[in-house]
Structure formats: C-alpha cells, structure tokens
Ligand binder design. Structure first.
Ligand code: HEM
Ligand SMILES: *[C@@H]1O[C@H](CO)[C@@H](O)[C@H](O)[C@H]1NC(C)=O
Ligand SMILES: *[C@@H]1O[C@H](CO)[C@@H](O)[C@H](O)[C@H]1NC(C)=O
Length: 509
C-alpha cells in the first residue's frame, strides 16, 4: 500500500516536472535542430562538445582559424562553456550584422550575458544609455578645445611615472605604468584635475574594470532573484561605486548648486568636461532621478570602456617600438614636423599619418581578441546567404583571422609599420585607411553600424599624443634586445605580457 502511494507521488512528481521542463526541453531541441544546419568546428556530440568547449580556453585561435579557413564567407559554430556560438566571416555576412538593429541582433543583450550589466555597470546606463551619445558628440567634439589639458597631463604623468635620466637606462614595468598614465590623462579630460591625479581615484578606475568582470563571472552562477544579494556580498562592485561616489559626489553636487543658484544649466564658468556633458544630457525629470548615482555610474562605465582598451593598445605599440629601433626615427621625424607646424593640437595629431599607420598595424598584428561584432539573436535571424541563427544564440566575427588573412594583407604575420600610410599615399585616399575609419578589413573598433566604438576619435587622438610624447622625450628598447614578449591568450581574449620591462632613457635635446 505504502509502496503504491509513494509510486503515485513519484508519478505525479514526474508529470509535474515534465510539464515544467518540457517546454524548456522542446525550445532547446528546436534551437538545436536549427543550429545543426550550421557546420561545427570541434566536436558536436553532447559530451564531446564539452571537451571542445574546454579546449577553447587554451586553443581559441586555432579553432577560430580552422573555421575561418574551412568556411570562408560562411558561418560555423563552436561549442563554448556557456553554449554554442556562431562565427561568421566575409564582407556580406559582416554587413548583415552591421545593418541589423538591436531587435534583430542585440549588442547590449550580448554584453549583458557576459557582464550581467544591471548588477555591475549599473541599471541607469543600461536602461537609458545616453552616455553613448555624450561620448559620440560632446566628448569627441571638444577634443580641439580640450587638447591643451590632455597634453599638460601627459607631460606631468610621464614625469611622475617614468622619470628616466639621460645618463642611464630605467627599467619600466610597461602595462602597469601605462594603466596609470592612461587612467590619469583620460580622467583629466573626463573630470579634470586635481581629481584625475588622486591615487585612489586613478586606481579605482583601473580596478573597476577587473572587479566588474570578476563580479559578472560570479553573478552568472546565480538565478535572477539572488543576483542583488550576490552583488552585495560576493562582488567588489558596491565598494567601487562607494569609492567613486566619495570622489565625485562633491563635484556633482557643486554643479547642481550652481544650476540652482543661476537658474540655468548654462551658468558662467561651467567646466567643459564629462560631468557637465552628462548633466546637460540629463535633461528630463526621469534622467534627473537619483542624479548623483546616475552620473557616477556613467563615469564608471565610460572608464570601463576606455581605460583597459586604450592601455592595451598603447602597450602593444610601445612593445613594438622597443623591439624595432628602425621605426623610431621616421616616426620621431614625423611627430617633430607636425608639432612644429601645428603644436600639440588635434590638427597636429591629424597630420601624423605614419604614427596612425604604425598604431593601426600593431593592433592588426596583436589586437584585443579573436572575436568582434558580438551580438545576441533576439529572434531567428537569417543572413543574406540563407543561414538561419536561432533566437538566443550569440554571433560574432572572427577578427583575428580577418586581420591575418593573406588575401587582405601581404605577409600578414610581419609588422609593416607603414602599411596603411603607404596605402593612403598610393591611392590618394586620405581617409579610407586611417585608424578610425570604417574599414571592412579591420575590426579593432567594430566594423561599422550603430555600435561601432564612439570613443575611437578620442582614443586615437590621445594615443597619438601619448606615443608622440614618448618619441620626442625618450629612447626606448628591450633589455638585451629581446623581441616583443608573446601576448597572453585566454579563450578568445588576448592581452599584452603583463610583467615585461621596457628600458627608457631621456633623450638629450
Ligand atoms: C583603443 C581603445 C578602444 C578600443 C579598442 C575600443 C573598442 C570598442 C569596440 C570593439 C566596441 C564594440 C563595437 C561593436 O561591437 O560594434 C566599442 C564600443 C564602445 N566604446 Fe570603445 N574602444 C576603445 C576606446 C574607447 C574610449 C576611449 C571610449 C570612451 C571615451 C569608448 C567608449 C565606447 C562605448 C560607450 C561603446 C559602446 C557603444 C554602443 O553600445 O553603441 N571606447 N569599443
Ligand atoms: C640580460 O642579460 C643579462 C646578462 O646576461 C642578464 O643578467 C639579464 O637577466 C638579461 N635580461 C633579460 C630580460 O633577458
Ligand atoms: C612576460 O615576459 C617576461 C620577460 O619579458 C617573461 O619572463 C614572462 O614569462 C612573460 N609572461 C608571459 C605570460 O608570457
């Protein structure tokens, strides 16, 4: 009897579970049926795909390259630890992604999967991302007006961080030093001095990116209703926000007081910086709610997007400069000429074509990762060749393979510093091959479309001012003339060697 009852309960339980899980299972099966039409690189069996997913951590490049070569201009899928990812290549498919809107292929939804946006970068910046317009327009448009400040901070930052003498070589841990310099100079532009020089504020903006990434990794393991608790007790995000608030709140409140006092948002003496540009854009009642946290979290988000990306780019360029002394002189010559003619100005940076080419080329060779243009399919998405990617799937392009494609770049594995400036001269095409241009063979900032990096004009101008300063101020080399240390790959992301030292000596002028 009791056996009968318990088996009845078991049966009821099974039916209950089945009705709960069946729809989920059916959706999964329908999605897999569609994904099955896309060829796989690695194993596609349920268990063997786990082995491939594991392999991706250390062999991402080989796997992506294999797919790129086997399926040129087509789609393939790879098993990653958190599900199947579809990779596409070729101009037509990249154009499909570029032209798709966020209701078809969503950039913020793809970011959310990795970053758990609401709990790391904050809800305001996700729900109403007006800071992107601020980066695209006032932040970029004020480069000319604010260049002097940028230049001033670059001089001061290098004097503090790399006080090399004429008489002897100084060994500098490169990535670490560059992070400090980039955090400080970028924030001179964003929030002004003295805050940009505050050691805790500088450190905070470097650490926030790492804390947000690590926090997101933790949060991925918790269901939605536990995420707020997990954020509070298991991540460093609340501590970062508190630190940022401590530094920024007095400044934000001072600006609000002035608005009140003068009865206008356009009061005399208003600083021309990111805080003001964000407040200008916060022009509705909704956007003014909880205004201090609202502005603080957006400043953190802009730093999140700006500091590590720019530091990695700068470090890669410096490693190649130190390893290729033959490139130093022509670049130095160009910087000298441009600065003599235009000063340290936006116009001056615009003339530095060889430097632009060298920077673009080092990023082509090394780059910031194996994948770009990452999006999430919001509904079944059909590419122009008929490939269907089912809703919920992450799609990317194989940027590293693109940058190393021998059909696009002659001798793709070697550094040809003036590759792009030579193209510009030859074709009489002044702008097409510059670093910020939308170029179908280049994906550092994305490949066009509405999400292409809006900060790239700022980044490239700042990078030229930074590298220009190094070229005119120092001689640099690797100890014992060793070459560029190999970059560090983890899955599809890559970063320059974190501990390598570069030797600096002050130039006799
Ligand atoms: C060398 C430095 C940088 C690199 C390599 C870089 C790269 C990128 C890439 C690849 C994207 C995504 C594009 C896409 O998938 O279509 C992006 C987006 C973005 N970047 Fe940058 N970036 C850099 C510097 C900056 C700076 C300095 C800022 C701000 C001042 C910035 C702000 C942003 C923002 C706000 C987005 C999101 C745009 C959107 O959601 O529509 N970036 N960046
Ligand atoms: C350079 O050579 C010296 C002497 O052989 C050695 O002590 C030093 O560790 C070397 N440094 C590097 C970075 O290889
Ligand atoms: C970074 O470079 C240093 C020497 O420059 C080397 O000892 C170290 O192993 C490298 N690290 C990685 C992760 O490649």
């Amino acid at each position: 009897m009791s056996l009968f009852v318990s088996s009845q309960i078991l049966a009821l339980g099974a039916i209950f579970l089945a009705t709960l899980l069946l729809p989920k299972f059916l959706r999964w099966r329908a999605r897999m049926a569609k994904l099955n039409a896309i060829p796989t690189v690695g194993n596609s069996g349920i268990f063997s795909s786990y082995i491939s997913a594991y392999r991706f951590k250390d062999h991402a490049l080989e796997i992506l390259q294999e797919g790129y070569e086997k399926y040129p201009g087509r789609a393939f899928k790879v098993p990653l630890p958190d599900g199947w990812q579809v990779i596409v290549s070729g101009k037509a498919m990249v154009d499909d992604i570029r032209k798709a809107n966020d209701q078809e292929l969503s950039f913020p939804k793809a970011i959310n999967k990795v970053m758990q946006t609401d709990y790391t970068l904050g809800r305001p910046a996700r729900a109403d991302p007006y800071h992107i317009d601020v980066v695209r327009t006032p932040l970029t448009r004020n480069l000319g007006a604010r260049f002097e400040d940028l230049r001033d901070e670059i001089k001061a930052a290098f004097a503090d961080e790399i006080p090399a003498k004429e008489s002897e070589w100084m060994k500098v841990p490169m990535l670490y030093t560059v992070m400090n310099i980039v955090s400080r100079t970028s924030n001179r532009y964003f929030v002004g001095s003295p805050l940009c020089r505050d050691p805790d504020y500088m450190k905070l903006n470097i650490e926030f990116t790492i804390d947000a990434f690590n926090g997101a990794k933790t949060l991925q393991r918790y269901p939605g209703f536990l995420k707020p608790l997990a954020r509070q007790f298991l991540t460093n995000v609340p501590a970062c926000v508190a630190r940022a608030t401590k530094h920024l709140k007095p400044m934000i409140e001072e600006r609000l007081r002035k608005e009140e006092e003068y009865g206008t948002t356009d009061w005399p003496g208003k600083p021309n910086d990111l805080i003001s540009w964000l407040l200008d854009e916060a022009n509705t009642e909704d956007r003014r709610k909880d205004i201090v946290y609202n502005i603080v979290s957006r400043i953190l988000v802009v730093n999140f997007a700006a500091i590590h990306t720019t530091s990695v780019t700068f470090t890669n360029s410096l490693y190649h400069l130190a390893a290729h002394p033959d490139i130093l002189e022509p670049l130095r010559e160009e910087v000298k000429t441009c600065v003599e003619e235009h000063g340290w100005t936006k116009a001056g940076m615009g003339q530095m074509r060889k430097l632009d080419s060298f920077m673009k080329e080092t990023q082509r060779l090394v780059g910031v990762g194996g994948l770009a243009m990452t999006r999430m399919a919001m509904r079944d998405f059909t590419f122009s060749d008929g490939t269907v990617v089912p809703a919920g799937t992450i799609v990317s392009t194989a940027s590293y393979s693109l940058h190393h494609d021998a059909n696009l770049y002659q001798e793709p594995e070697s550094l040809n510093a003036f590759r792009f400036s030579d193209m510009r001269a030859k074709e009489g095409e002044g702008y097409k091959h510059q670093m910020v241009a939308q170029d179908p063979s280049y994906a550092l900032f994305g490949s066009g479309g509405r999400h292409m990096c809006p900060g790239r004009f700022f980044a490239v101008n700042e990078l030229k001012a930074l590298l220009g300063h190094v070229l005119l101020t120092y001689d640099i080399k690797f100890e014992n003339n060793t070459g560029v240390p190999p970059p560090h790959w983890d899955g599809a992301s890559v970063s320059p060697n974190r501990t390598a030292l570069v030797m600096f000596k002050k130039r006799a002028v």
